[in-house]
Design a protein around this ligand. Structure first.
Ligand code: FAD
Length: 555
């Protein structure tokens, strides 16, 4: 990624608005095809829906119920591609269990049969099986689910959503794209086949760019963006989803489990993620401010009570809730269809006359495919030759940044291990650095060599160090403390109390890199804590009135 202050492109073939997973994928694809590409985000990269998902890379089992076989097959192919080729460092397999109570025996048999279709796709593609569980195996493997004597398992995958976006953006950048966060579109005028744009950012002021095409990849904001560009607004509906984070009980194991909401019987996922369980998501139509989305007490209650009911024997109390987050999903409006049955499919709209491509809907999992279709539309507008078969194969299979295959990562790990040991890095820290930053892990070690304290783990049981945060600040266009703790790393979600007691130390460590004064550091810490408190309000309200404990309050 270039230094944030570098602006070299004044004329582009493709300007991408939006730095969530959709825009990141489009920028990677366009730049790899050799188009002069720029990506801008009005806020931080991944600051929209793409950092508050269920963090799954999945085939989409629920679409089977709706007989949407194409969507399932597409999702499964893309999941597979990410797992095996594009991002094996960031996407890992996870097994799901659907448990059933005795009275649901018939439904269990139906689901076991239905899953054979999903399982067939899985078996053909990656050799992992769905399997039916009877009472004995359930007791042995899932002791917390004593009320559920039957079950069936299938495989999907999980990721760190924001890191997937950042890796994709770094891939775009490595392929030649110029990327700018915190950059707004002030003015857009289309004339003589060119868009003349005025862009602005707080520390670079205002500048002008000419572009032959624009891709609107602004997710939930795409109708607003289309309006600003004088184009037809995509017809979207905003569905809000909330997740809670629980301390992961020891007995939980490594499988995700699907439970039912006590309120409306909707399926909820309980997914192990590092030291947490992610439980979600609620789903409701959203009409509020897209930049200020937080969980409500009702949503948190539903998620917690449903989990505590399903895992009755785990004795979960509200003390186990250690965080909550919400986001909105833009989905294509389908008149007459209930919200929970509306398709998560995506749509690419091409406005040839205004040289504009709009990408709407979709999911994290299928970003590469959406990008391929969107850039095909861009090339149609540009009138150039479509991607050659060789290029298409490269686009489909080229690893995302840092681009290390498993064997290469293993070799690098072995090579750097003696140095990491000499520097007394905690176990697991080096493997984390290599898998996230590839060869750049050595740069982090260089920092630790100069300042050994910066190599100490900041939080018990987590691999994050000040040296890593300094590297990320330099390399990944960090502007605010929240960019660093919520999107470049998931400290906000994984550390106790959101990591808030270490915010001042982190701000002080990165201050020389970003030129922050002491008041600016204090401002950043306050901003991050305000965000944490807004997410936690719904949790604190749900805590027993008598209980003295609150969550995540800074010490
Ligand atoms: C609760 C929930 C759970 C989900 N879980 C999963 C899951 O587990 N797996 C999965 O595959 N999918 C999941 N999804 C779907 C997936 O998250 C979304 O489809 C995807 O993140 C949308 O990405 P996007 O880039 O289109 O939008 P966003 O991530 O919202 O990005 C849009 C970007 O545009 C920027 N922007 C806005 N206006 C402008 C402007 N004028 N100029 C420049 N930039 C602008 C914003 O700052 C933002 O960064 C989930 C969705 C939700 C809501």
């Amino acid at each position: 990624m270039p230094q944030p202050k570098t602006i070299s492109l004044r004329e582009t073939d493709c300007l991408v608005l939006g730095g969530g997973i959709t825009g990141a994928g489009v920028a990677r694809d366009a730049a790899t095809r050799g188009l002069r590409t720029m990506l801008i985000d009005a806020d931080d990269f991944a600051s929209g829906t793409s950092h508050v998902t269920s963090k799954l890379v999945h085939g989409g089992l629920r679409y089977l119920e709706q007989f949407r076989f194409r969507l399932v097959i597409e999702g499964s192919i893309e999941r597979d591609r990410l797992l095996r080729r594009l991002a094996p460092n960031l996407v890992t397999p996870i097994r799901f269990l659907i448990p059933f109570q005795r009275r649901s025996l018939l439904r269990w048999l139906m689901v076991v049969t239905g899953l054979q279709v999903y399982g067939l796709i899985e078996r053909i593609r990656w050799g992992r099986r769905t399997s039916a569980y009877g009472a004995d195996r359930m007791r042995r493997d899932f002791p917390l689910l004593r009320r559920h004597p039957f079950g069936v398992t299938y495989w999907d995958a999980q990721t760190d959503d924001a890191r997937l976006v950042l890796s994709t953006i770094r891939s775009a950048s490595a392929a030649g794209a110029e990327v700018h966060n915190y950059t707004t579109l002030r003015e857009a005028v289309f004339s003589d086949g060119w868009w003349n744009l005025t862009l602005a950012s707080p520390d670079r002021g205002t500048w002008h760019v000419r572009t032959q095409t624009i891709v609107n990849a602004t997710g939930p904001w795409s109708p607003e963006t289309a309006k600003r560009l004088g184009a037809a607004e995509p017809q979207l509906l905003w569905l809000k989803g909330t997740h809670i984070l629980l301390d992961r009980p020891e007995q939980f194991g490594n499988d995700a489990i699907i439970i039912r909401s006590l309120r409306d019987m909707r399926s909820l996922w309980v997914i192990p993620w590092h030291n947490r369980l992610i439980v979600g998501a609620t789903e409701s139509v959203y009409h509020g401010d897209l930049r200020d989305i937080h969980p409500t007490r009702d949503e948190v209650d539903d998620l917690f009570e449903s989990t505590a009911h399903s895992f009755h024997d785990a004795g979960l109390t509200r003390r186990a809730i250690c965080g909550a987050y919400s986001g909105v999903r833009p989905i294509l409006r389908q008149p007459g269809v209930p919200e929970n049955r509306m398709s998560r499919d995506y749509r690419i709209e091409m406005d040839h006359a205004r040289a504009l491509v709009t990408v709407s809907g979709g999911k994290l999992t299928t970003f590469r495919r959406m990008a391929e279709h969107a850039v095909n539309a861009v090339q149609t507008i540009l009138g150039g030759a479509p991607a050659t078969p060789e290029l298409r194969i490269r686009l489909r299979n080229q690893m995302l940044w840092p681009g290390l295959a498993r064997a290469d990562a293993q070799r690098l790990l072995q090579q750097l291990t003696p140095r990491a040991q000499r520097l007394q890095l905690a176990p697991g820290t080096l493997a984390h650095l290599v898998s996230h930053y590839g060869a750049d892990a050595a740069l982090v070690l260089d920092d630790v060599a100069k300042d050994p304290e910066s190599g100490r783990a900041l939080f018990d049981g987590l691999p994050y160090t000040l040296a890593e945060l300094a590297y990320v600040t330099r390399a990944e266009a960090v502007y605010h403390l929240l960019d660093l703790i919520k999107r470049r790393t998931p400290i906000y979600f994984l550390a106790g109390a959101g990591g808030s007691d270490r915010y001042p130390a982190i701000a002080a460590h990165i201050a020389p890199i970003l030129g922050w004064s002491v008041p600016r550091q204090e401002e950043e810490v306050a901003l991050a804590r305000r965000e944490l408190n807004a997410d936690d309000d719904a949790i604190e309200n749900t805590v027993d009135e008598t209980a003295a404990h609150t969550h995540r309050r800074p010490a």
